[in-house]
Write a protein that binds this ligand. Structure first.
Ligand code: ATP
Ligand code: MG
Length: 257
């Protein structure tokens, strides 16, 4: 696959919270245009902090970037306001499928287009596109989001992000709390968006099995440091990746006496 130019470059990133707690101590990776890159790691490894840094959302969480650079195309991310990053095409779906619970599914989606400043005609066209990718949302368009299922809320959150016409879609644990069949459905749709529309995707996941199935490459974080980056197909084969870096159950060999 020819991924020629870098869309996002994170280099030597260090970050703290409250100027005290070290969350990232050296994170580096490059996401090429047209790529799906998975960001993997156990609990507390620094996935969410990395994603928030990429959208310049750390200051809002009392977080600080202490060293390193983040570039999205020509932009120096730490010097660009979050809203300007969205306008430039870097759009994030935060963990926990945030949608407005008291708005309908359709109203939630439209709010994504309004944030970008889309015209009515653009919003109508984008809405139909989102419904084509997520037929479930079309059926539920008039339902209050708070009354839809977890999977439908995650789809709404992704659809809302799509309404702002991203070039890089950033997702924090889209699989969280969802049934395996719904998770596969969501990742299949993400792959489709990547293949058909050239959407680049950065996705943080604890569910490494599903992430490695759909991503092209993966970066593994361990205690706030990039431990390993490689092709997803190669990482899938490696047992040590699952047991060692991702904190998942592995068969512990009996101690030799
Ligand atoms: N708002 C915060 N204030 C202080 N410390 C934080 C805050 N958010 C995260 N941390 C700490 O920063 C480190 C990295 O956390 P982060 O949430 O980025 O990890 P994660 O890989 O997303 O974990 P998880 O898989 O549980 O979502 C952890 O030690 C965590 O306790
Ligand atoms: Mg997290």
């Amino acid at each position: 696959m020819a991924h020629d130019t870098a869309l996002l470059t994170v280099d030597g990133l260090k970050a703290t919270y409250n100027h005290a707690i070290t969350a990232l101590a050296g994170v580096s990776f490059t996401l090429a245009r047209g790529e799906i890159l998975a960001l993997l790691g156990a609990n507390g490894a620094g996935k969410t902090t990395t994603l928030k840094a990429v959208s310049n959302l750390l200051p809002a969480e009392r977080g600080q970037v202490g060293a390193g650079t983040i570039r999205f195309e020509g932009l120096d991310v730490t010097r660009t306001r979050p809203a300007d990053l969205v306008r430039a095409g870097l759009v994030q779906v935060l963990e926990g499928r945030h949608c407005f619970r008291s708005l309908t599914v359709e109203e939630n989606l439209i709010s994504g287009g309004l944030g970008r400043g889309s015209t009515r005609t653009e919003i109508a066209a984008d809405l139909e596109k989102v419904f084509a990718h997520f037929p479930r949302l079309k059926e539920k368009r008039r339902a209050l989001s708070g009354l839809t299922s977890g999977g439908e809320q995650q789809m709404t959150a992704i659809g809302r992000a799509l309404m702002s016409r991203p070039r890089l879609l950033v997702l924090d644990e889209p699989s969280m709390g969802l049934a395996p069949i719904v998770v596969q459905d969501i990742f299949r749709t993400l792959r489709h968006l990547n293949r058909e529309e050239g959407l680049s995707i950065l996705v943080a996941e604890q569910n490494s099995a599903v992430a490695l199935k759909y991503a092209h490459r993966a970066t593994i974080l361990e205690n706030g440091i990039t431990a390993l980056t490689g092709e997803a197909s190669a990482l899938r084969e490696r047992d040590d990746v699952r047991s060692f870096y991702l904190g998942q159950k592995a068969v512990v060999p009996a101690l030799a006496s």
